[in-house]
Every structure is written in C-alpha cells, then in structure tokens.
Design a protein around this ligand. Structure first.
Ligand code: NAG
Length: 375
C-alpha cells in the first residue's frame, strides 16, 4: 500500500510537469472512485462476503485419463440400419454444403439396398409461431427476426429439405418430420410428419421396420445430432455417427464428435458404411481389438482416399459417387486387411508403450532431476 502511494505521488508529480523523457502523464480517471473504494475497503478489509472470486475442487485429481471408444464392429452381427438425415434444409445450406456428397452417397446406398431413410427439418419461424418452449428461452428474444438468432428459420423456404438429398416419392415423403420443440429427432411430443398418415413416433416407425442401428448424418453436430444420438442410445439403438457427414455452425463440431465417440457412437466415414451395405451387410468373425487405437487412429490409406474425394469435389459437382464407384468394390476387403494390420501394429506398440509408461512412472523423480539438470 505504501509503495503504491509513493508511485501515485510520483505519477502526480509527473502530471504536474516533471515527466522524464518517454513518460506518459497519468490519465485523469485513474483514481476516480477511490473515495468509495476506501470507504468499502475500511468496512470489509477482513470479510470475504461478496468477494468476486471463487474456488472449486478440481475433480480431475487422478493421474491418468481414459479414452473410450466403441467396442463393436458393424460386421459383428446381423443388422437392420436406418439412415437419419437431420435438418439438411435450405436454411442451413451454407453450413452443410460440404457434407452433401457424403449424405448423398449414403442416401443412394440405402435406397439401393431398400433400407429405410428418415428426414427431419427444423420448423420454427419466430417466438409467436405457437411452439414457444425452452429453446426460445435459451436463444433469447434479442434479434429474433434476424439471422443472428439461429433458433428460427428466416428464409421463406428455409424448412425445405435440400433438393440434392430430398425425398423422391410419396413413401419417402411420409418419412419427413417437422421438428418444432426439440433438438432431438426422437422427441415424442408434438413432432409432426410432413405428410401425416397413420405414423407413430420415429421410434415406433423404426421398430415396425425392425431397425436396430441408426446411421446419423446432417446438422448440427453439437445440437440435434448429439441430442438425437444420446436419445437413440437410450432407446437401445446402436448409433453410427458419420464423421464426414455431420456439420455445424459453431466451433464445437469436433468436441461434440469426441464426446459421442467416447460415450455412445461408433464413428465412421460415409464410405465405410456405404461399402458395408453395398457388400450386403456381411457378418464377419470379430477381429482382435486394438489396445491403443480403435477408431481414434485413422489408417493412412483412408486419409489418402478422403483427400482424393476432396480434390475431386473441387473439380466436379458429383465427386463422391464417381470415387466411391471405384473404391467400393474391394473396399470391404481392404478395410478388413487394414484393420488387421492396424490391430497387430497397435497391439505390439501398445505393449511397448505400456513398458515405457510404467518405467516412466517408476522413474518419475529421476526424470525430473534429469530435466532440471538439462535446463
Ligand atoms: C421481420 O423481418 C422481415 C424482413 O426482414 C419483415 O418483413 C418483417 O416485418 C419483420 N417482422 C417483425 C415482427 O419485425
């Protein structure tokens, strides 16, 4: 306090014209409020009542963090999958155009195989549209009639399914739902089918079709997708998340994917699932599980294929169908081979790493000393 006052006095002196070269005068507002401050300070010097700082316990007080990922493979058992296309609609065109080729690939494959596809579109145009709910409260009233408030559609046809991935016949149109109350495609309360007949909820419809596995694509990763994934999981579906088939407007895309990967979803690329279905949904003997890899490790070969598709995308309108045509034929075989190689490699490196890790933990102190000496 004393030294602070000295500093203040010297600054005041400076302000009176005794500035050394390069010194700035003290702004006149620097000590405004000091009187009120001193009064409160005198009364509360020894009390923390109302102090604007807080501490909490750090819940992560254990030495090792654990990553989890899905234990099953698509090919572990017989499956009846359904494709869920979430909110691929005109309003979100800017945010989803990059995933259209992957969604279209899966849509084509599901159609070819006669497997069911369901669509949702977000169906809100303002707080007075009759659907006011917790989501309005969350997004708030400010700017509701501007595109900065993302809860509502602002384009007249914003709720239409994007033409590239839209239903094509009356049966498909009956599988389009209008969502107005919740992020979640499985919401059982006032969800409306676009062309109602005698459908039940999405869950009821999927059960009628014997579906046990849902394949999720669309928008938005950190809202509707993650919400639908958790509900599907609760309803006992295996959830396949298409990593290159979901998108969002926020920076939480990758965080949301990692949460789903570690909590409930088998995370795959569109071409993985396309190859699996085009190969007739085979049931294969389970490969030994990798110790330190799983779907968190991308085979190098796969990355190359993605890059290829991306380059094709830059050149053509319909890139993936062409690329997938050539890769789908033997993709499953290569997949099995790649998984086998990865598993063996991971198993070996897992044991090596395990040794290094446990030695590191034993030699922790020594290591620190060495590090300090090195400094
Ligand atoms: C919302 O915006 C549109 C056009 O931007 C305008 O025509 C309409 O009157 C606005 N509605 C309200 C309630 O302000």
């Amino acid at each position: 306090m004393a030294s602070f006052r000295c500093l203040f006095v010297s600054f005041a002196a400076c302000a009176l014209g005794k500035l050394s070269p390069g010194e700035q005068p003290l702004p006149s507002i620097a000590d405004s409020g000091k009187k009120i401050f001193d009064k409160i300070a005198a009364a509360t010097a020894n009390s923390v009542d109302g102090i604007t700082a807080t501490v909490q316990s750090n819940p992560l007080q254990f030495p090792l963090l654990t990553d989890f990922w899905c234990a099953y493979e698509l090919t572990d058992r017989k499956r009846t999958p359904a494709l869920l296309i979430d909110d691929m609609q005109v309003e979100y065109a800017d945010y989803v155009h990059g995933i259209v080729p992957q969604v279209k690939l899966l849509l084509d494959v599901f159609r070819e195989a006669g497997l069911p596809v369901f669509w949702s579109t977000w169906w809100r145009w303002g707080p007075d549209d009759g659907f006011f709910n917790s989501m309005d409260r969350f997004y708030g009233p400010v700017g509701w009639n501007t595109s900065s408030n993302s809860l509502y559609n602002h384009k007249r046809n914003g709720g239409d399914v994007l033409p590239a991935v839209a239903p094509q016949n009356p049966m498909e149109w009956r599988r389009v739902m209008h969502k107005s109350y919740s992020l979640d495609m499985f919401d059982e309360r006032p969800m409306e089918w676009a062309s109602p007949s005698d459908q039940g909820t999405l869950h009821v419809e999927l059960q009628k079709l014997g579906v046990d596995t849902v394949v999720q694509v669309g928008a938005w990763t950190d809202d509707c997708i993650i919400s639908t994934a958790f509900h599907a999981f609760s309803l006992q579906y295996d959830v396949i998340l298409i990593e290159d088939g979901v998108s969002t407007a926020s920076k939480q895309h990758f965080n949301a994917i990692e949460v789903m990967r570690g909590a409930l979803a088998k995370v795959l690329l569109a071409e993985d699932v396309a190859a699996y279905i085009r190969n007739g949904l085979p049931v294969l003997e389970a490969a030994p599980k990798a110790k330190l890899a799983g779907s968190r490790a991308q085979p190098v070969e796969r990355q190359a294929a993605s890059l290829l598709a991306y380059k094709a995308d830059a050149e053509h309108q319909e890139p993936l169908s062409a690329v997938s045509e050539s890769i789908s034929v033997d993709a499953a075989m290569r997949l099995v081979f790649a998984v086998g190689c990865t598993s063996i490699f991971s198993f070996v490196s897992g044991w090596v790493l395990r040794g290094v890790l446990s030695r590191k933990m034993r030699d922790g102190d020594t290591h620190d000393r060495q590090y300090r000496r090195f400094m």
